[in-house]
Design a protein around this ligand. Structure first.
Ligand code: NAP
Length: 250
């Protein structure tokens, strides 16, 4: 399976302390990559899990909503294994209140993390990838990159933006050896969706619409992420890959 082999590659994964980011980080390590996890609370559990399985992982503790921290995060990451071959912009947050009452502070917080940090990190790491003539950037989008959602206007705006930025960067960088793509997860059980999972009625109404007949688990994102990070996807650019149990096909 050399097409999917990530041996010798270094991946920077944001939001790797738990949920989808943690699963992707572990999947990359299983495929042979060195992994650097970033989260505001650090990534102790992820680093320990990778090390216990014989892989290589390090972490950076940083609040990525703070634009002024981003240069230092990328510099520190570059110093850890000498290069960044793969960037996964996964860190994200959601604030749930109806649009009419949606606080400006919530709007700004969600856009700052989900969209601004994703673009600024892509710029910083992308410059380094362009210089080397190769690299893979994977942005974590959402079903709300396509749909409106309920009570999450800032999140929906940010995730539509993620799909747009993915295509914009792919257009500019595909010819420079840098593939930029996105994964749009369906409904995955993590901290992000815990309030919906706890609401039995809402949980079941979503479940009824998923052709696969189950909510997703973070493990479901491992394979698609390894594919987009590996040379198996070298001619794939600007694609938003739905990993949703068929939700969008319904
Ligand atoms: P999660 O379990 O809440 O994970 C969020 C990750 O982001 C955590 O590692 C968190 O770590 C990190 N993070 C949050 N704020 C941060 C900050 N200011 N700076 C740095 N890191 C920060 O949720 P998840 O479901 O795995 O979400 C991961 C991504 O998938 C998000 O972009 C989300 O929008 C997207 N997504 C999720 C679903 C789903 O159904 N779960 C569906 C579509 C898209 P710390 O708290 O330690 O900082």
């Amino acid at each position: 399976m050399t097409l999917f082999d990530l041996t010798g590659k270094t991946a920077l994964v944001t939001g790797a302390s738990g949920g989808i980011g943690q699963a992707i980080a572990i999947g990359f390590a299983e495929a042979g990559a060195n992994v650097i996890g970033v989260a505001s609370s650090g990534c102790d559990a992820t680093v320990a899990a990778i090390a216990a399985a014989g892989g290589n992982a390090k972490q950076i503790k940083a609040d990525l909503s703070d634009e002024s921290r981003l240069e230092a995060v990328v510099e520190e990451a570059l110093g850890m294994y000498g290069a960044i071959d793969i960037l996964v912009n996964n860190a994200g947050m959601i604030r749930r209140t109806p649009a009419a009452e949606h606080a400006r502070a919530d709007w700004h917080a969600v856009i700052a993390l989900n969209l601004n940090s994703l673009f600024f990190l892509s710029q910083l790491v992308g410059r380094h990838m362009i210089e080397r003539g190769s690299g893979k950037i994977i942005n974590i989008a959402s079903m709300l990159s396509f749909q409106g959602g309920i009570n999450v206007p800032g999140y929906t705006a940010s995730k539509h933006g993620v799909a747009g930025v993915t295509k914009a960067l792919a257009n500019e960088w595909a010819g420079k050896g840098v593939q930029v793509n996105a994964i749009a997860p369906g409904y995955i059980e993590t901290n992000n969706t815990a309030p919906i999972v706890a609401d039995e009625k809402r949980y079941n109404s979503i479940l009824e619409r998923i052709p696969a007949g189950r909510w997703g688990s973070p493990q479901d994102l491992k394979g698609p992420a390894v594919f987009l990070a590996s040379s198996a996807s070298d001619y794939l650019n600007g694609h938003v890959l739905c990993v949703d149990g068929g939700w969008m096909a319904r």
